[in-house]
Design a protein around this ligand. Sequence first.
Ligand code: ADP
Length: 491
Amino acid sequence: MLKEISLGLAVALLIFAAAAGYNILPLVMLSLLGGTLYFIAYNKGMITNFTGTEKTSSHKINFDDIGGQATAIKELRECLDFIKNEDKVKKLGIRPLKGILLTGPPGTGKTLLAKAAANYTDGVFLSCSGSEFVEMYAGVGAQRVRKLFSSAKEKAKKQGKKNSIIFIDEVEILGAKRGKNFSHMEYDQTLNELLVQMDGLKVDDSVRLLVMAATNRADMLDDALLRPGRFDRQVKVELPDRQGRYEILKIHTRNKPLADDVDLNMVAKETFGFSGAHLESLTNEAAILAMRENCSKIHYQHLQEAIDKVIMGEKLDRRPSREELFRVAVHETGHALASEMVSPGSVSTLTVTPRGGALGYMRQHNEEDSYLYTREHLENQIAVMLAGALAEELVLGNRSTGSANDFEKAFETAEKIIKSGLSDLGIVSWDSLPQEKKYKEIKNILNHQEKRVMEYLQKKKKVIEETAGRLMEKEKVTGEEFRTIVQKIIA
Ligand code: ADP
C-alpha cells in the first residue's frame, strides 16, 4: 500500500516538475535504471519481504493462558520435553523432533500453543503464514524459506538462546499436495525447499530448530510433509467442550470486573460450538456494552447480549414495519414453542432485534454438548426448524420468505438422517440412491414433523399471541419469561 502511494506521489512530482519547466529526463532515466535493478534482484529472490516477526518481547504466553486444550497441551509438552532433555536424547541416539503439526478449526488456540511452546523451551519465536511464501516469480518462495530458517538461527544466537521455534500458520497454502497447482512449479519449489531445510536439521546444531505448523485442512497436505522425520507429530486442537469453554471464559475475564449475577458456567452452557477466539471476543464485547451503559461491572445481561452479537452480528438500524415485526415475533415464538416441546427448558432467549442477516431469532442452550445424534434428536431439530413457518400460517393465515433458510437446514438434516442409515430406507448409499427416492424420503420425514408440530401449535395459539405481543413491546423475552407464559396459559 505504502509502495503504491509513494509511486503515485513520485509520478505526480515528476509531472509537476515537467509542467514547471524543469528538465526531468535525467531523473526519469535514473528511476528506470533503479526500477530495473530492483526487479531483477526481487526476481532472483535477493530481496525478500518476509515479514516473520519475532514475538518474544510482549507478554509471554504460558500453557496456563490456554483453556480447554488439556490433551493438546499434554501431547505438546511431551514433544517439547525431547528438546529440553537434549542430552538424554543424544545419548540414546534418538532422531531429533523436527516438526509438530497442529490441526483443528480456526481460533482454537494453535498460535497460542506455538507461542507457549517457545516460552516453555525458552526459545525464540518466529511466526509467519503460508501465504507469505506464495509469489508469482519462480524461486522467491524457496528463497524466503531459506531466509526464514537462517534468521531463526541467527536470532537465537544473538539472544544467546539454544532453541528457536518457527511457526507457519495456514501451512496448507505452502504445503499442498505437489503437482496440483495450476500455473508453474513455484509452489512445488517452495515446498521442496521446506522439506530440504527440515531434513537438514541435526541434533548437534548449535541452535535447535523446531517447526510448528497449523492447518485446518490436514487432508490437503503433501504426504512428504507428514513423513517420519518431518511433521511426524500431529496434535489435534479441537473446539472446546463445555468445561473448556468455562476455562477459557475464566482466562479472558481475569482482568474484567464481573458483577455477582454472572455465572460463567451458564455462559459456557449457552455457547456450544464457540471457539476460543469467539469466547475472547464475547468477553470483550460484554465489557464494551457495560461501558456504553456506564456500568462499573459486567452483568449477566451484557454477556447475554454479547453472545447474540458474536453469533448474529451487530444490531442493524433497519426497522421492520409493525406488521413485519409481528410476523417475525410469531415466527420466533413458533421456534421457541417447538423447542420447549422437544426439550423442556431449552429456550434461552427470543429476540426480534434485527442483527446481521436476521430479523430476529431464538437461541437455545444445550444441557450437554453432543457430537452423535439419534434419529429422534435429528427429527426434533427438524420440528424446531419448521415451527417458525407453521406458526406464521396458524396465526397470520400465510407463510413468508423468512423461512427459506429454515427449510434449507431442515432439508440438510433430513439428508443426514438418510445418509446415516437412520431413515425408513435403512442403510443406503446416498450416491447410488435415485433422485426420486431421495426426494420422497426427505418429504416423508418433513411431512411427518410438519404434522406433529402443527398439532402442537394449534393447542398453543394463545401462547404465540401473548409472547409475540410481549416481543413487540420489549424486543426480547428470556427463556424463563417464556416458560412462565406457557405455564400461565396452561393453568
Ligand atoms: P488459531 O491459531 O487456532 O487460529 P489463535 O491461537 O490465533 O487461534 O487464537 C486467537 C485468539 O483467540 C487468541 O489470541 C486468544 O485470545 C483466543 N483463544 C483461542 N483459543 C484459546 C484458548 N484455548 N484459550 C484461551 N484463549 C484462546
